[in-house]
Design a protein around this ligand. Structure first.
Ligand SMILES: Nc1ncnc2c1ncn2[C@@H]1O[C@H](COP(=O)(O)OP(=O)(O)OP(=O)(O)O)[C@@H](O)[C@H]1O
Ligand SMILES: [Mg+2]
Length: 249
């Protein structure tokens, strides 16, 4: 398998939203929220985007506090530690305002219950006037409804969707080093319900099977009826899908 980030539909949608935030009119709110089921490719898409927009990436943890969040952002900005949170916020705001770099906070689910952390992010957004984008699990959009100091500033909401069949074909074309026929990709698409994490696992297994047998291309007829494409179960699709025409192998 090749190691690269494929610009699937969700990546394009995220890029559009980021461009809208970066090009917003002066004075307009510039926060964004990216949400979606686990394994739908949020972190990967953000990683891709960050290299293009020179973004600052920080990942929250279950143990994150306002101080540790500020320390993490300061580290990413190559700022020396400051004695107080107030001074750290000032230094961060100054650096972001000068550079115009957008700030991305992954696993933001850990933060939204903490009023002071939410207020700190709001302050950074308002004072530095750079985009601040939160990335969270499906359901985070409901959990922050009560935080009006955030929701009023969120100008871009991006819900990650299951991959389309064209996305599965693109992932196969770009990542797999053997040819994988559409009939087998169709089966992968149905069984994974559009989870890019599971699609990549399945492509890896199919490629491994083909290579072990010296095949440069593989179709459904070559795949053993009793073999699984991946370990674990596909996550529930966010939108109801037609029942797969083919049973799981
Ligand atoms: N655009 C892509 N191109 C290639 N591989 C991808 C892409 N998106 C996701 N993947 C693969 O799928 C895996 C899962 O994606 P990722 O970790 O980005 O999902 P996530 O939505 O952030 O999940 P979680 O909510 O659990 O954090 C990645 O480790 C990577 O292997
Ligand atoms: Mg993630």
């Amino acid at each position: 398998m090749r190691s690269k980030i494929v610009p699937v539909t969700n990546v394009s949608r995220l890029t559009e939203a980021a461009n809208a935030l970066l090009e917003r009119a002066p004075g307009m709110p510039g926060m964004g929220l990216i949400h979606g089921e686990t394994g739908y490719g949020k972190t990967t898409a953000v990683t891709w985007l960050i290299t293009r927009v020179n973004g600052v990436y920080v990942r929250a943890l279950a143990t994150t506090t306002p101080s540790s969040l500020l320390a993490g952002i300061a580290r990413e900005l190559d700022l020396q530690p400051r004695p107080s949170n107030v001074q750290t916020v000032e230094a961060i705001v100054q650096k972001l305002a000068i550079t115009g770099r957008p700030l991305f906070i992954d696993e933001a689910d850990y933060l939204v219950e903490n009023k002071r952390t939410v207020e700190t992010l709001r302050d950074i957004h308002d004072l530095a006037t750079v985009p601040v984008v939160l990335i969270g699990m499906a359901g985070i959009q409901r959990r922050i409804q009560s935080r009006q100091q955030l929701t009023g500033r969120i100008a871009q909401w991006v819900e990650f969707q299951p991959c389309s069949f064209e996305d599965v074909q693109a992932l196969s074309r770009e990542l797999a080093e053997v040819g994988i026929a559409d009939d087998i990709l169709k089966r992968v698409y149905e069984l994974t319900r559009g989870s890019v994490r599971l699609i990549v696992v399945a492509l890896n297994r199919i490629e491994g099977y083909a290579r072990a047998r010296g095949l440069s291309a593989i179709a459904l007829k070559d795949w053993p009826a009793n073999a699984d494409f991946f370990l674990g179960n596909a996550p529930r699709a966010t939108q109801p899908r037609a029942k797969p025409a083919l049973a799981a192998v």
